[in-house]
Design a protein around this ligand. Structure first.
Ligand code: URA
Length: 480
């Protein structure tokens, strides 16, 4: 195996890739290391090409470098290996490697598309805040958390739009500074620029919020479209972000019908088919978790079970919903699944007290079965429906925002569907995610089987338990 060390930049990768290609080193024998540290005693560096043999010219299609550079911005563990594999195949005459019909080409094309979309998100959802003039300091500052490495390629857009005004865009990894004539990219982002961008007041915020609230049309609310056009991960950095869940919840709670009936009722005509407000009194929107009536589960539950744990927890665990005992006690993970979790935590060298534990759905959904005298026997867990998971996402979003953990451990498919905002657990295969931590903005996400699945799995229980422990260990290592 050859280890190719480079500085983590596309230019660094390109010159290393050229060297490897010229030395005839096949992709499956290369281990790409984007830090400059040796990973062990027996690292074999790729050999330099023999000086006597003139380097053969590499023939590649003109558009390939641009495609590779764009896909290199997509954050994924295997990004450099994929690019080298494609480059290798193309130089061997296999041009299909670049195309969407090919297994590598389809990943390449999808990544390019995601990178383009992420640049669009930056252009659409970045909000500058104006600062009082100060010599040498930028007038406009913004904080943004892109999912991919698009800052340097996407920031030029703002230079064109803002002309000679000076600005700073800070992100978790890098900062772009425009002095009115030239752009500088600073990597990593210096702490003082991060603080400047994150701490800036927004003098125009009240006016903007009043405008946004007044023009938000509840009768036209389509939550799926809204959330796909304006991904929830950006809300926390948008001035209107905290307002949106509130406006959506008002819309769900009846403003939509109100908005329609008012205008329909004013029309002349034979009959108004839509019920008037008097006939159907509107339910006020839920303002706190304890009062949540956003779906029907609350009716049969004893209480809503909030998350618990320190506000500065670095790891958040998300389960499905409280069970029978959690519902009675008002605390998450204290029943049988909680005991399995407790054992797994101990094996992974973690303590419950250091973590934030919560659920995707906050009320216990159950079906009556069994004898009338045993409360526990009468309440059997029922799986929440997509609409119920979705209705509860606002509470989970609030917790994610407030705790801002470094790592989220997702326990089971319901939690995963809620986190990914697909809300359809039945369409997910947990096996596709277990053992493969991925990044969601600044957070790592680690997916594990639910502790209740360990209890239900019979003979497969040990395997599930081992997967759960491994995931918790990964979470601990990711915060180390
Ligand atoms: N199962 C969960 O997902 N959460 C709990 O709190 C208890 C059981």
């Amino acid at each position: 195996m050859h280890t190719a060390h480079f500085d983590g930049s596309f230019a660094g990768w390109r010159s290393e890739a050229r060297r490897l290609l010229q030395a005839g080193i096949a992709p499956h024998t290369v281990n790409w290391q984007s830090d400059n540290r040796d990973s062990g005693l027996f690292v074999e560096l790729a050999p330099e090409p023999a000086p006597s043999s003139p380097a053969p010219a590499l023939r590649i299609p003109r558009e390939l470098p641009e495609l590779l550079e764009s896909a290199a911005r997509f954050r994924a563990e295997d990004r450099w290996a994929l690019l080298y594999r494609i480059l290798w195949r193309v130089t061997q005459g296999d041009r299909a490697a670049m195309l969407a019909g090919d297994s590598d080409g389809s990943v390449l094309q999808r990544r390019i598309k995601s990178v383009r979309r992420e640049a669009h998100h930056m252009h659409a959802f970045l909000r500058f805040r104006e600062r009082p003039a100060a010599a040498g300091a930028p007038t406009f500052v913004a904080w943004h958390e892109p999912a991919h490495d698009i800052l340097d390629s996407a920031a030029g857009h703002f230079a064109e739009r803002l002309g000679r005004a000076t600005w700073l865009i800070a992100t978790p990894d890098a900062a772009a500074l425009w002095d009115g004539a030239q752009m500088r990219i600073l990597r990593p982002c210096p702490d003082e620029l991060r603080d400047l961008a994150r701490g800036a007041d927004d003098p125009g915020a009240d006016l903007w919020l009043a405008y946004y609230g007044a023009t938000f049309n509840p009768a036209r609310l389509n939550q799926d479209v809204l959330e796909s056009n304006m991904p929830v991960r950006f809300w926390k950095d948008l001035p209107e972000g905290p307002l949106v869940p509130q406006l959506m919840s008002q819309a769900r709670a009846g403003q939509q019908r109100l908005a329609q009936t008012a205008s329909v009722g004013e029309r002349s005509g034979k009959e108004v088919l839509i019920a008037s407000d008097k006939a159907q009194p509107q339910r006020p929107p839920s303002t706190s978790l304890g009062d949540c009536r956003d779906c029907a589960i609350w009716r049969d539950a004893t209480c809503a079970v909030p998350g618990e744990g320190p506000r500065d927890a670095r790891i958040m665990l998300i389960g499905e919903q409280p069970g029978d005992q959690e519902d009675l006690a008002g605390r998450p993970f204290i029943g049988p699944a909680g005991q399995v979790l407790q054992r797994a935590l101990a094996q992974a060298d973690l303590t419950r007290e250091a973590l934030y534990l919560t659920n995707a759905v906050k009320h216990f959904k159950w079906l009556p079965r069994g004898g009338p005298h045993s409360r526990a026997a009468t309440r059997l867990h029922a799986t929440p429906k997509p609409g119920e998971i979705k209705a509860c996402r606002r509470w989970l979003s609030e917790e994610l925002e407030q705790i801002a953990p470094d790592v989220v451990v997702v326990l089971g498919k319901t939690a995963l569907a809620s986190l990914l905002q697909t809300f359809e657990p039945q369409r997910l295969r947990l096996a596709d995610y277990v053992g493969q931590p991925f990044r969601n903005g600044r957070q790592w996400v680690v997916v594990a089987p639910h502790p209740a699945a360990v209890l239900r799995a019979g003979e497969g229980g040990e395997q599930r338990f081992a997967e759960l422990v491994t995931a918790l260990e990964q979470a601990r290592q990711l915060t180390a």
